[in-house]
Design a binder for this molecule. Structure first.
Ligand code: SF4
Length: 426
């Protein structure tokens, strides 16, 4: 099985029976290697090792109390799914609540929602779904019409942080457990270090206590679990996770550092644990003892939504971003045939209709190639047709990010298509 993330293949695993016994139990045939330990073990021993390490982390940092109500925000990916499964297995009696944020990302959020519903049903964990377009009237995709078009994850992050806090209060969660693993933590620590954001590093502790009473504390039970071992757990236990990527996923500085760390790991298997230890035992205590860190803690209440903010104008980052969306009148990216006909009536010849057949590969090409291909139409309205509406939509999204006036037409009857004089058979 291969695993793809942000168009990059990260991990691959093919299970095979080794001609020797498991290093731990010495009874079953070994079928998998624990990458961080370089030992080959059987399925049961892999699972026990994997789950015990999470248990030890939870106990070491006193993450959970029996009376806690623990929320897990599911993304449909391997990390949050594994977290929910292992928490349920280790603590069958704890009050677990799964939450899914449907962010209205076309052709993505719905698929993930179905996956998450199945997972929770199988685990018998209650699931709360927050549908952003239905509740708040906008989608994450809408940021493509703002100056956040090329950093949608940053806008999405602000919206999600707000929702974590709001939903935690609504559901009376005392704890929010997140799926951040060892690779996430160490790569983020290094990224923040290079950016000089020391207070950001201090927030990467395994437990983040609430700033105010009645707020949920945040815990990271996968703090010491390498990402690769989570992937192996998923494959070994045939856990269904989405092998589809959010169309806005970006190659962030932290992802680049993650790659560098993975290369360094080939020389030094313990590099990530060593860095984690230096950061948590040496650097974070130093940062927290500095007077400037203590001063930074002044927090206010957002005058618009009532959530906590560090903004000096008392308007939180999420509310500023939503305000941007409120100013946009036309948020259309996808038109049906009637809407398209109406639209082009007033455009004279300043538009072009492009069939995407046999051009799907451009979606995986570099932005440069995409821009070069569509450059002749830079000043025109571009209407895209494809037999697969998802392809049309993904093209429209990508082109909008590059400032083209692109729309996807959901379905165009063939007879009408052939009659359009603005058609370009590229
Ligand atoms: Fe949001 Fe970015 Fe994650 Fe997509 S990849 S869900 S836009 S943070």
């Amino acid at each position: 099985m291969k695993y793809y993330k942000a168009e990059e293949e990260i991990f691959e695993l093919e299970l095979k029976e080794y001609p020797f016994f498991c290093k731990f139990c010495k009874k079953e045939k070994a079928i998998i290697e624990i990458p961080s330990q370089k030992v080959k073990v059987c399925k049961n021993c892999y699972n026990t090792f994997f789950e015990n390490r999470i248990k030890k982390t939870i106990e070491k940092y006193k993450m959970l109390k029996p009376q806690d109500k623990v929320g897990v925000f599911l993304s449909g990916g391997k990390d949050s799914s594994t977290l929910l499964i292992v928490l349920k297995k280790l603590y069958p009696d704890i009050n677990l609540q799964a939450i899914f944020l449907n962010l209205g990302i076309r052709y993505y959020s719905e698929k993930v929602e179905n996956l998450v519903k199945n997972l929770c049903q199988n685990l018998n964990v209650p699931l709360y779904i927050y549908n952003l377009p239905q509740k708040e009237g906008y989608r994450i995709d809408d940021f493509v019409f703002t100056h956040f078009k090329n950093k949608i994850c940053s806008a999405c992050g602000a919206i999600k942080r707000y929702l974590f806090s709001k939903i935690a209060k609504e559901l009376k969660l005392t704890v929010i457990a997140t799926g951040h693993h060892l690779d996430d933590i160490v790569s983020t620590m290094l990224t923040l270090f290079f950016q000089g954001d020391f207070s950001g590093i201090a927030k990467l502790e395994p437990v983040l206590q609430p700033f105010f009473p009645n707020q949920a504390k945040k815990i990271k039970p996968l703090y010491t679990t390498p990402e690769k071992e989570i992937f192996y757990y998923i494959v070994l236990n045939e856990i269904p996770v989405g092998n589809f990527t959010c169309p806005h996923a970006e190659i962030t500085p932290s992802k680049k550092i993650k790659k560098i760390l993975t290369d360094l790991e080939k020389e030094n298997r313990q590099i990530k644990y060593q860095l984690l230890s230096v950061f948590t035992k040496k650097l974070i205590p130093l940062i927290k003892s500095h007077p400037a860190y203590k001063e930074e803690k002044s927090l206010n209440i957002c005058i618009k939504c009532g959530e906590i903010t560090s903004a000096s104008d008392n308007i939180c980052s999420r509310c500023k971003k939503v305000e941007l969306l409120n100013k946009i009148e036309d948020k259309a990216l996808e038109l049906n045939y009637e809407e398209f006909e109406d639209f082009v009536k007033n455009l004279d010849s300043n538009w072009v209709l492009i069939d995407l057949k046999e051009k799907e590969h451009l979606l995986n090409e570099s932005s440069k190639k995409l821009i070069k291909f569509f450059k002749p139409y830079r000043n025109k309205y571009i209407f895209l047709v494809s037999s697969d509406p998802e392809i049309g939509y993904l093209f429209a999204l990508k082109l909008r990010k590059k400032r083209f006036k692109a729309y996807s037409i959901i379905k165009i009857p063939e007879k009408e298509y052939l009659e359009f004089h603005n058609r370009e058979d590229l």
